[in-house]
Design a protein around this ligand. Structure first.
Ligand code: MYR
Length: 192
């Protein structure tokens, strides 16, 4: 499975004339393709950690490309705080590409750690449960890489990991985002 194929399924060609129009990605095709990708990786790699790393790196490559598509389709303004950025990821980006809106909470007093809580995760729509021998697999780890790659392209370094996962029996699915630089250090590539 090639990075380009997954990226094209998620982001079909966009024309600026359609900015602001409702966007319908080929979500079901993406979800099914993603499942096939993870299944293949599990055949190729014995260790869950290697599959997780592969998915994160692949997601990073997608995120680096996806950010231009996101900025063009959404026409959003530059965020002024980590909190705004976390809200934008949840309310605009997740809604746009996955059709769901995670809830966002800040998890530390420094204001640079956030949790995205997903009640519904379309990426696992066709997954019942993880096999017992794949207990450390982060099935949706691609998403962490996508977020990390997209943020890096707007000069925001971040660590992104799954903190909880319903596929592993947790009560919710939770993605943790830790912004690594001070907001004032940002040199925006956009000047909107
Ligand atoms: C800015 O301040 O310049 C805007 C920041 C926007 C960050 C958006 C990051 C998008 C992440 C995409 C996640 C997609 C998950 C399916």
């Amino acid at each position: 499975m090639l990075l380009g194929q997954v990226a094209v399924i998620l982001t079909p060609p966009f024309h600026p004339a359609h900015a602001g129009e409702p966007y319908k990605p080929h979500l079901e095709l993406f979800v099914l393709t993603y499942g096939a990708l993870v299944a293949q990786l599990c055949k190729d790699y014995e260790k869950d950690e290697d599959v997780n790393t592969f998915l994160d790196r692949m997601g990073y490559g997608i995120g680096v490309r996806l950010i231009d598509d996101f900025l063009a389709r959404s026409a959003v303004k530059k965020c002024r705080s980590y909190s705004e950025t976390a809200d934008m990821i949840a309310q605009v980006a997740f809604k746009m590409y996955l059709g769901v809106t995670p809830s966002v909470s800040c998890s530390n007093t420094a204001g640079n750690e956030f949790s995205l809580i997903l009640d519904k995760n379309p990426l696992v729509d066709f997954v019942e449960e993880l096999p017992a021998e794949r207990a450390s697999l982060c099935y949706c780890n691609l998403l962490c890489g996508v977020i990390r790659g997209a943020l890096e392209m707007v000069q925001l370094a971040a660590e992104v990991t799954f903190l909880q996962d319903r596929l592993k029996g947790d009560a919710v699915t939770e993605i943790g985002i830790t912004f690594l630089r001070k907001a004032e250090d940002r040199k925006h590539k956009r000047n909107k």
